[in-house]
Design a protein around this ligand. Structure first.
Ligand code: UDP
Length: 419
C-alpha cells in the first residue's frame, strides 16, 4: 500500500465520522504547516488518556503533511514516584516531596535531554505533555522552534510549594494549553484552552453490532428488553455512586422494570475507593436489578457495549473536570443526566442533549420523564451525538492544535491566507 492511499484512507475514515468539512478545515490549516517538524513528548507510550490521544493524533498530523514524531522519556522508579506525587499535589493534595526525588526528576530529564536534544533542538514545534518532561526545555539552549506546554491535569488548586517548583521549568515556554478555563493557572506567556476529545475510531467509540451489545448485557445478567441506566466511573465519592442508586430507587417506584449498572474500578492509588465500593455494595444489596461491576478491567469494547446498550447514561458527579464518559455516551446517541458541575456543564446542553442535575431527586425526575417519552430519548440522543460530532471529536482537538501552531509560526505576519 502506498503512503498516498494510506493517507487518503485515514482521513477518509475520520471524514465519515466528523464530516467532510471538518477534514477540509484540517487540510486548510495544515497547508500552512507543511513539512514542519513537530515533536510530541510525554512519559508513556501506553496507558492513560495522553497516550491514547497521541496514538490517534500523531498519524493524523503525519498524514496532513507535518513531519511529526512522538518521543517518550525514560524514567526510573524514583522518577515516576516523584511525578506521581506531582500529579497528586498539583491537583490539590498537600504533599511534600523529598529533595532526593526532586533531584531524580531533574537528573532523569537531563539524561533524556542528552538523547533527545538533536530532535528537540531541530523541531519547529515541540509539545511537552504534562509535568514529567517539562525541564527538557532548559537543556535545549539552541532550540529553534516554539515550545508548548500541554497540561492535561486540573491545576485549579495546586499545592503551592510543588507548583512553584514545577512552574520554574515552564517559564521559557512560548505557550501553555489547559483543558478548561477552571483548570488553568496564570502563566508568563499565552494560555490557550483546548478541551479534550474522544476518538471515534477507537475500540471504545466504534459502532457495535446489536448482537455484541446484547451478548455483553446478558453476560452481566442484564435483561436487554428492560430499561437500563448506566454509570461508568471509578468508585469515588465525587462520582456519587450512592446518589445514582438513590435516583434509581426513586425512579423504580414508578418504573418497576428499571435496571441499573454501576461499572468501574478503584484506582490502585486510591485507598478510599474500596470504602466507597463497599458502601455501594451495601446500598445495592438485595436488589437483583442493580449490577455493580467492579473489576475495573473491562475492555474498551465492553465499556462501549454497556454505553451502547443503556437507555440513559448518568454521570452524577459532585465534582468533575472534563468527564470523558459523558462525551462517550453522547457519541452513542444517549441522553446523559449529569451532575451540574465542572466540565459537564460545557459538555452537555441542559434540556437539549441531556439534563444537569443537583440532587438524586432531580435525576430521578429526569429518568422518569425520559423513560415515559421514548421519542424524546431518541431526539435528545441524536442531538447529543451531533454536539459531540462538531465539538468533541479528535478532529476538533487537532484543528485547535493546528490553529495554535499557525498562530505561533505565522503570528507576526500581516495576513494569514488559508488555502
Ligand atoms: N473507564 C473504563 N473502565 C472503567 C471505568 C472507566 O474504561 O471501568 C474509562 C471511561 O470510559 C473513560 C475514562 O475511563 O474513558 C474515565 O474518564 P473520566 O474523564 O470520565 O473520569 P476520571 O476517571 O478521569 O475522573
Amino acid at each position: 500500500m502506498t503512503t498516498e492511499t494510506r493517507t487518503t484512507s485515514l482521513l477518509d475514515r475520520y471524514a465519515e465520522q466528523a464530516g467532510l468539512d471538518a477534514i477540509e478545515q484540517l487540510r486548510q490549516l495544515a497547508g500552512l504547516l507543511t513539512g514542519l517538524k513537530v515533536v510530541h513528548v510525554n512519559s508513556t507510550r501506553r496507558g492513560g488518556g495522553v497516550a491514547e490521544i497521541l496514538e490517534a493524533l500523531v498519524p493524523l498530523q503525519q498524514e496532513l503533511g507535518m513531519d511529526t514524531s512522538w518521543e517518550v522519556i525514560e524514567g526510573t522508579e524514583d522518577f515516576f514516584s516523584c511525578t506521581k506525587s506531582f500529579h497528586n499535589a498539583l491537583q490539590g493534595k498537600r504533599l511534600d516531596i523529598s529533595r532526593g526525588l526532586l533531584c531524580e526528576y531533574e537528573e532523569v530529564n537531563a539524561a533524556n535531554a542528552e538523547r533527545l536534544r538533536p530532535v528537540l533542538e531541530a523541531a519547529d514545534i515541540v509539545f511537552i505533555h504534562d509535568p514529567q518532561p517539562a525541564p527538557l526545555l532548559t537543556h535545549c539552549p539552541d532550540r529553534r522552534g516554539k515550545w508548548i506546554w500541554r497540561c492535561h491535569i486540573d491545576l485549579s488548586h495546586p499545592y503551592r510549594p510543588v507548583w512553584k517548583f514545577v512552574r520554574r521549568f515552564l517559564l521559557g515556554y512560548d505557550a501553555s494549553v489547559f483543558s478548561l478555563d477552571a483548570f488553568a493557572q496564570p502563566m508568563p506567556h499565552s494560555v490557550y484552552l483546548i478541551p479534550p476529545s474522544i476518538d471515534p475510531l477507537s475500540e471504545k467509540n466504534q459502532p457495535l453490532e446489536p448482537e455484541v451489545v446484547q451478548r455483553v448485557l446478558e453476560e452481566f445478567g442484564v435483561d436487554p428488553e428492560r430499561p437500563l441506566l448506566l454509570q461508568v466511573s471509578r468508585f469515588d465519592r465525587f462520582k456519587d455512586p450512592l446518589g445514582v442508586i438513590q435516583a434509581y430507587r426513586l425512579a423504580k417506584d414508578f418504573i418497576p422494570s428499571l435496571q441499573l449498572i454501576l461499572a468501574g474500578g478503584t484506582a490502585a492509588d486510591d485507598p478510599e475507593g474500596e470504602t466507597v465500593l463497599n458502601d455501594v455494595r451495601e446500598a445495592a444489596e438485595g436488589d437483583p436489578d442493580i449490577h455493580v461491576l467492579s473489576s475495573g478491567h473491562y475492555s474498551d469494547r465492553t465499556i462501549n457495549a454497556l454505553q451502547t446498550g443503556a437507555d440513559i447514561v448518568l454521570q452524577k458527579s459532585l465534582r468533575e473536570g472534563f468527564g470523558l464518559t459523558v462525551t462517550e455516551a453522547m457519541w452513542k446517541g444517549k441522553p446523559v443526566i449529569g451532575g451540574n458541575t465542572g466540565g459537564i456543564r460545557l459538555q452537555l446542553v441542559n434540556h437539549r442533549t441531556g439534563f444537569l442535575v443537583d440532587t438524586p431527586e432531580g435525576a430521578a425526575m429526569r429518568i422518569r420523564y425520559l423513560l415515559t417519552e421514548p421519542d424524546r430519548i431518541a431526539q435528545i440522543g441524536q442531538t447529543a451525538k451531533e454536539l459531540v460530532r462538531h465539538n468533541f471529536l479528535i478532529t476538533r482537538h487537532l484543528r485547535e492544535y493546528l490553529t495554535l501552531m499557525v498562530a505561533l509560526t505565522h503570528g507576526n505576519e500581516d495576513r494569514i491566507e488559508l488555502g
